[in-house]
Design a protein around this ligand. Sequence first.
Ligand code: MSP
Length: 645
Amino acid sequence: MPEPFYITTPIYYVNDVPHIGHAYTTIAADVLARWHRLRGEEVFFLTGLDEHGQKVQQAAAKTGISPQEHCDRLTPQFQTLWQKLDVSNDGFIRTTDARHQAVVQRFLQDLHDKQLIYRAEYTGWYCTFDERFWTEKDVDDGRCPDCQRPVEQLSESNYFFRMSQFQQRLLDHLDANPAFIRPESRRNEVLGFLQKPLEDLSISRPKARLSWGIELPFDADYVTYVWFDALVNYVSALEYLPPQPSVDRLWPATVHLVGKDILTTHAVYWSTMLMALEIPLPRTIFAHGWWTVDGEKMSKSRGNVVDPYAVVDQFGADAFRYFLLREIPFGQDGDFSHESFIGRINADLANGLGNLLSRTVTLIQRCCQGMVPAPAPSAVTELDTDLQTAAEALIQTTLPQHLQRMEFNRTLEAMWGLVQLGNQYIDKTAPWVLAKDPAEAPRLQTVLFHAAETLRFLCLAAYPFMPQTAEEMARQLGLGLDFSQAPLKSPIVWGGGGPGATVVKGKALFPRVEAVATPSPAKPQPEAAAAPTKDEDSRIGIQDFQKVELKVAKILTAERVPKSNKLLKLQVDLGSEQRQIVAGIGKKYGPEDVVGKTIVVVANLKPAKLMGVESQGMVLAAGDAEVQGLVTFEDQELQPGTKVK
Ligand code: MSP
């Protein structure tokens, strides 16, 4: 039996509403949880809320309500966001739950009984924000080395956990388990931290100073330090949240995902607490980087906090999930900007994956009565086997390897390599041309079969990252896939999707997003009276008009001209020939909107180059500076090449 996959996120402080940082870790954990479930593994995915401590007490005081009421009010903000983001957590823990509190008290009593907790007088520099003491040498210029806020000298009697006793054991553990702290740079940070003598950890706060916490079982004048309380959640949850108590089955956790700022509390406090409690250590603690927004640190005072609710409402959960994991390597810092987000939606999602699905489904509908055809072995070429090999390698090797190392961005890069290959495959094999020649039927069927199979592989690979998209792809491809039935439990084989599936044309997976243009200052308008009257001499005679050769054409393929948001490169069927036309319609239409349309082109225009791409004609469209609509026909069956008069 493989070990179950137990993954956790930090439990978030309920001092404020959730932001992009919270969403980031939770989405990453969700991707891994879904991936392991797809493979039929037992998964437990835990997230939740850290409800005690000074920050929560202060936030409640500001609103004038009790801390418990404050927590109860804010909890749905997190739970609803996780639903909106399709987060599939199995457990949701709140540290004010009496069952969690009982476990914390039991652990404290255990350590106290073993004399690993003692009482002592302590004088030091206290940072109210971080709720912790610093020593003289830590404090620089009267400021907290962590948050740079001013510290104050405080003398207090407190309870201490003998953390220092475990320093060597922790170093040995790090040495024997290279994958314990990841990525490597963070492991080195922890090793650096452990070069200095480890001090004991104050695990209590006098109630006189802070009342909002779990009472110490051996001294009612004190509450537990919020970090001791919070870290215990990873074990306490297993005692009561899963269907049956599961500490034995699920512990040790496979991976704790945390932000880089809370690495020490996890790698050092939590590890030594576990050693003292004689509980095994988690397999891996992975610390990810931080997001800035438009190059700046995110903060309320700057007013640049990214609200995940707003992002999801505007662009959908999947685009957000994709962007967060595609944009930066997990472990490094990254920047969020609307331009880069929209750029990814348009280039990777709309033009890449969306286009591949829509043209494949359209072609199968048009050429094969909507049913995925069977390939003809005699018609298979190297182009097809190359595509098959790439799709198989993605699912069988690339995905498992990258996800095992939590390299989300590289996983997505590899997937989009296949998306690109798929689109190029359709361009090169040109099924619309094959469709014209009955003798090419075996080849046409082979091509469309390969395109559909590639999309089936992509759909499975996409599911952990973009569950709604994968469901929609499966629906349009007629796959009848049930993702909850662990479809990757047994190896997936090329052809297993089977010919015969009925495709269903649906909405575009990702509609293109127009960048929100900032309105330019109004230009002075010519006065009505000064508007030019129709110049008699500018009219043309019928002979002039007849010089223009207008013809019916059908758009076979469309793609964006790189670096242009206006130009689309079209391949059109003109009846007797195929032409390439570059059209300035890209602000109004995406490639997926126009493929298959019957339009009017100026067929006898001299060829010209637009952004370096040759255009052999012009399409007719309505509008002036901005295109408002393509000229099309009600009768879509008109023969390409028909003259328009
Ligand atoms: N309650 C503690 C965790 C206890 S776990 C036993 C806590 N909570 S928090 O709400 O302040 O932060 C939660 C997580 O959000 C941390 O992992 C932190 O790194 C992450 N982030 C906060 N801001 C962030 C960004 N700007 N970018 C990415 N993650 C960020 O700490």
